[in-house]
Design a protein around this ligand. Sequence first.
Ligand code: MTE
Ligand code: LUZ
Ligand code: MOS
Length: 754
Amino acid sequence: MKNIDSYTHTRGESIYVDDLPILGGTLFAAIFDAPLAHGKIVKLDLSKAKEVAGVKHIFTHQDIPGDNQIGGIFPDEPALADGAIHFRGQPIALVLASSKEIAQEALQHIVLEVEELPVVVDPREAAQKGQLIGPVRTFKIGAVEKAWEQCTHIVEGRADCNGQEHLYIEGQGSYAFPVEKDCIRVVSSTQGPTQVQRGIARVLGIAMHKVEVDVRRLGGGFGGKEDQATPFAVLAALGAYLSKKPVKLVLDREEDMRMTGKRHPYTADFKIGLNKALKIIAYEVDFYQNAGAAADLSPAVLERTLFHATNAYFVPNARLTARSCQTNLPPNTAFRGFGGPQGKFVMESAIAKVAEVLDIDKAQIQKANLLQDGDEFPYGQLVEHCEAQKTWEQAERDFDVEGMRQRIQAFNAQHQVIKKGLSWMPICFGISFTNTPMNHARALVHVYQDGSVGVSTGAVEMGQGVNTKMLQIVAQTFALSPQRIKIETTNTTRVANTSPTAASAGADLNGKALQIACNAILSRLKEFVQQQFELKEEPIYLQDEQLYIDHQPTSWTWDKLVTEAFLARIQLSEKGHYATPKINFDKTTEKGHPFAYHVYGTAITEVTVDCIRGTYTFDAVNIVHDFGKSMNKIIDKGQVEGALVQGMGWMTMEDLRYNEEGRLLSGALSTYKVPDIFSVPKELNIKFLETNHSNLAILKSKAVGEPPLMYGIGAHFAITDAIKAFNPNAKGLFVAPMTHERVLMALYKDIIIR
Ligand code: MTE
Ligand code: LUZ
Ligand code: MOS
């Protein structure tokens, strides 16, 4: 089944926040944001700006009726600055005007005087100064101090990876409407409707039931709208509440890039020890996460870095430490992989460095240490239904790796200034919010008198196809054709207390809740049929919208059944609730069983580097991915393709730059380059490893949203491999992204040009 949105998407008919019809009286908002990264506000003069024709209101923190606070995990982030500035782009005042242009024009007339304070952008410097958010976390397994004695090879090093701009096509935006009796209705481009609802209620000082949040779909989120849609929705709602007019706040690209947080940059020190047989015996790592100015989701991201710090390898003795460092950058936030990619990059760097020192193939070490059933993760969960070796071995076979190696060697022998490189990237990613209480969801199903069905869940559609998957569940349960089913907007008055659609768990959690609701309606209908036809044990089922009794079609269609049931006063609506069983985690011991299951896979990346210019093209990425029993192969394959390329962009070309003053230098598409169709590998082969035991995945179809992003890490190490083919003295550069400039430097480091 194809994506239910593809028809309207391709015709440009799908509706986003900025496409909503404008209601009469609407005011358009612009945000006056901090022009520097750290300081005390000495003076804020709005008088000139208020005189601009068409400006209706300018609000500051002093106008906030409730709590000036939007922090989710820690209350450390004001909605509007209240005297102190902590990052460039921090909202200070909200201008409402009769048009967006006038509102933006008024920003130029606001006078701000600031007493500047020193700016910190480097996480190690922040840590040194004791600027940490939350506790330092350490995961331990085995006895790492003693384990070094058993190691034949011990290697230490440092790895640094940068942040990443989400670059969803649709910017942050909300449209807020005042409703009678001090209520507010907000249409928001958010992954977390309940987070937005709670944030608005808090800032306006009203109860959550007075706030309705509605989401049709997002033009991409990628984690950037898990937490950070909230501040902008809050400001739109504040404007509507105070002005009693509808308020539209949609950021343009440069505002969005300047004001919002991104993937966390990390820097880490590692030490790894292997025995003679190349088994990893011990691993120690110290992560410094660049959190930005406020907590946002950083503590949760930090935690997932630790959960994935050993990637798909068994490490019997480890000490993994991570600290969240407060700097004067915009608060960094969720981004596809949620700290997992950063943890894995360091592990892969450590293995690469050992391989370099021993002068052996990195893949030899990777393969020797892949997880197996019965192994223990550093957080105490046991490895079950492990597909690490299976995906690796299938990749070896299906993609004729031996042939590939020989072909590359022959090519490199024949070419002096163009070299090819190869890398392997196994992945293992845990599915569930690491914060156990977040792992539940609700759904609401209405079967209408005419047999058509309306479905609401807590899942937010952001391009990942979750609505199509929800529709499939209903269609399958009721044996209905897709046209009879409508997926409603995600709305907090229909489905309450939602977790954000995140952690790749949207389809699992909401799909399972939806299955429960549909099955309850189906049971009631069957019971009704049993009574109506005075049946005993004869099987009753639906097939192709037809009622079957005792394997014989009856004269009753689905529509007839529904109509009759309605007349017999049978309840045709139902809600479902699902909570992931078994999972738990104890933060005091840092042990537990946090994940419902894990997703595995292996990618092989082949690159060609132009060793004169430092440029590269990816010839092929070959993947064997563990989909479980995919319920929609088109969508799932699309998720792997998109995530891979997004991960490759992070590792190679996306060059996020802040200067020492905390000013974003790569704040537009002219200075920040993301992969386009020309950067996609020339060949992209995705093989489905089909497995059948993930009962906690919806219809055994494993979560697919985030895990494949981490295949992109392979791009980095493939480039290093090619560099070494050109310059055997070159040392692995464990710094991402591997831009063309960096490749050029690495190619000619310590080389004597003849
Ligand atoms: N795919 C598209 N097209 N757009 C997105 O914004 N977000 C990713 C992933 N795939 C995203 C996407 C992220 S970060 C997550 S967590 C999952 O989708 C969320 O959806 P799911 O839980 O339904 O997989
Ligand atoms: N969000 C969150 C996430 O709050 N907790 C998580 O564990 C998580 N994991 C991935 C992406 N978003
Ligand atoms: Mo995804 S980072 O869980 O929104």
